[in-house]
Design a protein around this ligand. Sequence first.
Ligand code: SAM
Length: 383
Amino acid sequence: MADNSELWLQQLLTQHGGRASFAVVMDWLLNDSQHGFYGSGRCCFGPRGDFVTAPSLGSGLADLLLKQLIPCFDLLSEQPGKLSLIEWGPGNGLLALQLVEALLALSPPWLARLEILLLESSAPLRMVQQETLKNSTIPCYWPEPDELVNEPRRGIVLAHELLDALPVERFVLFQGNWHGLDVVLSSKGEFEWQTGRPLAAKSVEQLAAMGLETNGGNRPEGWCSEWCPSLEPWLQQVRQGLQQGWLLTIDYGHPAKRYYAPTRDGGTLLAYRAQIASPELLAEPGSWDITAHVCNTLVEQLATTTGWCWQGAELQGEALLRLGLAQLWSELSTPGNAPISWRLARREEYQRLVDPYQLGGFWWLQLCTPGLPGMVPLLSVTG
Ligand SMILES: C[S@@+](CC[C@H](N)C(=O)[O-])C[C@H]1O[C@@H](n2cnc3c(N)ncnc32)[C@H](O)[C@@H]1O
């Protein structure tokens, strides 16, 4: 019999007729305003929290990332008007704060024209971000996505570990066709996985474009994985909110060939809490983070249909080395005033940021509005 922590999800499922697709359930688990992991604000970032993010280790990511963002703003600043650094899904606001501090230290000539916009779906997290950024001398605002669409900006949209939190649909090969994998409330009040309806023609087409044959190809009956139906509307919305500029997303990901390799049965979905990863996606609903890798190929394919120009994918470790991480690392060995404990912590942070088995394995996906150069080529011209 289900315990009390499951009551709210049981009630939602009952209101939904006792069955829902996993994308609907994942949205509840993460974003429900009372019980969801993010929506309720109960998530806890950092080494002592539920999971480590790069900003929770230190400002290394922000400092190096800024080297890539500055030439983009330099170019945009050639035309008059406001410039915007837009973070979508800012968590506790630490990355935005680190970027603000690094920007103030560098003081580029267009700084007075810069605003920081934070797009956050969770009301409690918005309050945490407002507290984190309360002393920022660069103006910070928390608009709704529609406000951005009504007044599109020129600038850069940054989405750090947002796409891996967008709800995904699970699908399974059943009698030679792709079907949804639904969550069902049993007569005993337990959550069960059940094969649902055949996927809609558009979804099957989308999967076929990523190499998943409509009849499953050589995958065995019962093979399952996931894909992200909310990615296309999100890319569309962000594009509508950006008159001119770049979009940089940073997440765990795979190209479709790897994501949907016949040997990778079960997909990439995992639950996280207190630094523990678990495959139990429906246990203690709302108290675990649920995350799926991003399919880099899907982002690339959707870029063109949503009005973006695809600029490429790069591993975070390689991007940070390109931006000078090795030099910063070696500077830690040069005698100076910084205490040894600080240097050792920085060394460990850099190591985690580049290690391909840790945060170095994240992918930087780069897109821009038509007519702009890519972030990386722009950096090599100006940098
Ligand atoms: C995994 S956390 C990443 C936090 C932060 N970027 C970091 O790296 O520390 C995901 C964040 O995205 C927010 N979020 C999820 N879906 C969103 C959406 N559709 N629009 C805006 N924010 C969203 C969550 O509330 C949370 O703040």
